[in-house]
Each structure stands twice: as structure tokens, then as C-alpha cells.
Design a protein around this ligand. Structure first.
Ligand code: SF4
Length: 358
């Protein structure tokens, strides 16, 4: 608004804005189990703190969890996860960590060794998205929230526009998306500027990690970010204006949209026969990383797949199995609600000894 406010009023204004984003968009229902995607960075740390504050202040009735992904990036993620563990203790929230190594059999360090530094973020982004959904099913969550802020959303709108990616342009302004088709995903900080988030974290003295990823070239987003910062310098409302423009755009009905289906290998939501994660994994396993980077496995080449049957050497746990186990955990939780105990046989959290399960 351009108003000048003191520190205490700034806290209140910032928190109230996030509260309105949550309420006006009906993001949650009382009793929902919400996973906060936690990387230890400023955005997710502020999100965790504000979600906890608002849940208590306004009686949302949510069960909150921290859900982290360990990509296996030495000197970066191992350190940032230490921050998340401290946040777990500071905020009293259960934490679940899922790792690429455990889920896919590949750490990002090994992926970068295999693919170099050009396409590494494609692997990382696709694997992270699915890892969050897998972690959410392990905890039987209803919904995941991520720390994407207004600057991130504006950058994504611009990038999709510049690439002419109309299906993604249509989706990227939505505050809630479908996730794996069962677990919703939303961005409560969608209208919060990065500057506000940094200031909130700094003034609240929150414990967050601020080092850049070792493998973060991602040049295209970097250009979009710089362009938006330049625009913002001459027109302070540029970021929110881009978001409002993106929200107002309607993709023409003549544009071919992906038809949602399920990956025939792992059951994940995919518009191709094989989802992107399985395709990337197959490329890695076969020593042809470029295989998965092109649009579909079939487009990539006609070589017989590893084992000759079209499957990759690493088999991801099928999503239907994860969903079944999540339903079993839910049933058991409902039945043992009063006892507060957990049956380790049915509980996925016990598989890796991670904390965070009831
Ligand atoms: Fe992964 Fe790239 Fe982000 Fe690093 S910068 S965490 S490699 S997506």
C-alpha cells in the first residue's frame, strides 16, 4: 500500500495479509493435516512461522507438519536441513525428511556428475515435486503449502509467456493446484513480496539459511528475476501488476491442453504414458541422461529400454501403493485417536526412522 508502518504494525499487516489470502481462497478445512514444504530458506521458514501463528491466533484447527526434501547436495542441503531441524524444535512441529537417494537411488551430487551443470535443475525440480507428494502420502497429509512468494509467481508468469508455454501460463497463477491429483498444493505467500518476507524474517530474528545452491545456474529464471527487479525499481507495483495481469488472462479454448492421466510405471499424474520423473530416471539408469529431458521417452529414441521391457532399473514405489498405505494409516489413526500410539508395522514414517509421525 505504500504506507509507512512501525515494526509491530508491519508484523500485524503482513500476517493479516496472509490470513486473508488463506481465508478468501478457502485454502484449508478444520482438521486438515498440512505439510509445510520446508527447505530452511527464508520463504519456507517465514511460512512455517506464520502458519503456526495464524493457526493458533485464528483457530484454523490444522495439524501442521514440516516436510523437507533432501536432494543430496553436499555443502548446501545438508546444512540447510540442520536449520529445518532447529525450526522443528523452535516451533514444536513434527518433521519428515524424504531424500532423492532413498526415493530414486540418485543424489543430486551424482546426477550432476552424470549430466553436468546444464540440465541439473530439470532433474531436481521434477524429482522434488514428486518427492513432496510421496512424503505427503507417507504422512497422510491433506494438503501441502509452499513458500512461493509474489516475486516467484511474477517470474514464472513472465517465463511462461516468453516461452509461449500457454498451458503452464494458465496454471501458474492459480493459488491451489492439484499436486499428484489427490493432495492439493497451495501458496499462502502468493501476494507477499520477497522484500517483505526478508524484512519479516530479519525483524523477527527467525533462524533461516541463506546460502545459494551450489548448482544454481538456472540462467533463464535469473534473467526474468533481474528484469522484474529493474521494472520494480521504476514502478513499485510491477510485481503485483504482473500477477493480476496473469490472473486475468484466459487461455483460448483452441489451445491444446495436456490430458491428465496416470504414469503407467509409478501411477503419478502425467499427461504422457510415462511421467517425467520415470523418464528422467530411465535416462540416468541407461547412461543417456538426455533421454528423459526430451518430452517423452518415445520421442527420445527407439532404443530398447533397460531390461528390454520398457522399465528402468530403479522401480519407484507405485503411487497406488502409497495411497493405500496412507488410507490404512488414516484408518488406524482414527481408530487409535485416543491412545496416541502408533503401530510401526503400518506406519511409513518408521521405514526410515524419521520423526514426525503420530
Ligand atoms: Fe535443485 Fe537447481 Fe534448486 Fe539447486 S538450484 S536446489 S539443483 S533446482
Amino acid at each position: 500500500t505504500g504506507q509507512r508502518v512501525c515494526k509491530e504494525c508491519f508484523f500485524r499487516v503482513f500476517e493479516t495479509e496472509v490470513h486473508h489470502t488463506i481465508v478468501d481462497n478457502g485454502l484449508f478445512r478444520p482438521g486438515d493435516r498440512i505439510g509445510i514444504g520446508a527447505s530452511g530458506g527464508k520463504d519456507s521458514t517465514v511460512l512455517a512461522y506464520v502458519m503456526k501463528t495464524l493457526n493458533e491466533r485464528h483457530g484454523y484447527g490444522l495439524e501442521l507438519f514440516l516436510l523437507s526434501v533432501d536432494e543430496g547436495i553436499s555443502g548446501y542441503r545438508d546444512d540447510s536441513l540442520e536449520t529445518v531441524k532447529r525450526n522443528r524444535d523452535q516451533y514444536g512441529l513434527p518433521l519428515k525428511i524424504v531424500s532423492y537417494e532413498q526415493l530414486y537411488g540418485w543424489s543430486m551430487d551424482r546426477i550432476v556428475e552424470a549430466v553436468g551443470r546444464k540440465n541439473n535443475c530439470t532433474f531436481c525440480g521434477v524429482f522434488r515435486r514428486q518427492a513432496l507428494d510421496r512424503g505427503a502420502l507417507m504422512l497422510d497429509l491433506d494438503h501441502i503449502v509452499t513458500g512461493h512468494n509474489a516475486d516467484d509467481v511474477a517470474e514464472t508468469i513472465l517465463m511462461n509467456m516468453l516461452r509461449g508455454d500457454l498451458p503452464r501460463l494458465g496454471r501458474c497463477t492459480e493459488i491451489t493446484t492439484a499436486g499428484d491429483g489427490y493432495i492439493g498444493r497451495s501458496k499462502p505467500l502468493k501476494y507477499a513480496y520477497e522484500k517483505e518476507i526478508v524484512m519479516y524474517a530479519y525483524l523477527k530474528r527467525l533462524d533461516y539459511f541463506s546460502t545459494e545452491c551450489t548448482y544454481s545456474p538456472n540462467a533463464y529464471r535469473g534473467y526474468a528475476r533481474q528484469f522484474i527487479k529493474d521494472l520494480e525499481a521504476v514502478r513499485p507495483s510491477a510485481i503485483i501488476d504482473i500477477i493480476h495481469s496473469g490472473e486475468a488472462m484466459k487461455v483460448a479454448s483452441t489451445v491444446a491442453m495436456p490430458v491428465p492421466a496416470q504414469c503407467e510405471r509409478c501411477g503419478y499424474l502425467s499427461s504422457n504414458a510415462v511421467c517425467k520423473a520415470c523418464a528422467l530416471l530411465e535416462g540416468l539408469e541407461r547412461g543417456i541422461p538426455k533421454l528423459g529431458i526430451s518430452r517423452t521417452v518415445k520421442d527420445a529414441d527407439g532404443l530398447p529400454a533397460h531390461g528390454g521391457d520398457g522399465s528402468s532399473a530403479v522401480e519407484l514405489v507405485h503411487f497406488e501403493r502409497l495411497r493405500e498405505r496412507a488410507r490404512a494409516i488414516r484408518q488406524q489413526r482414527l481408530e487409535t485417536a485416543d491412545s496416541g500410539s502408533c503401530d510401526a508395522d503400518a506406519c511409513l514414517c518408521a521405514d526410515d526412522g524419521a520423526s514426525g509421525c503420530r
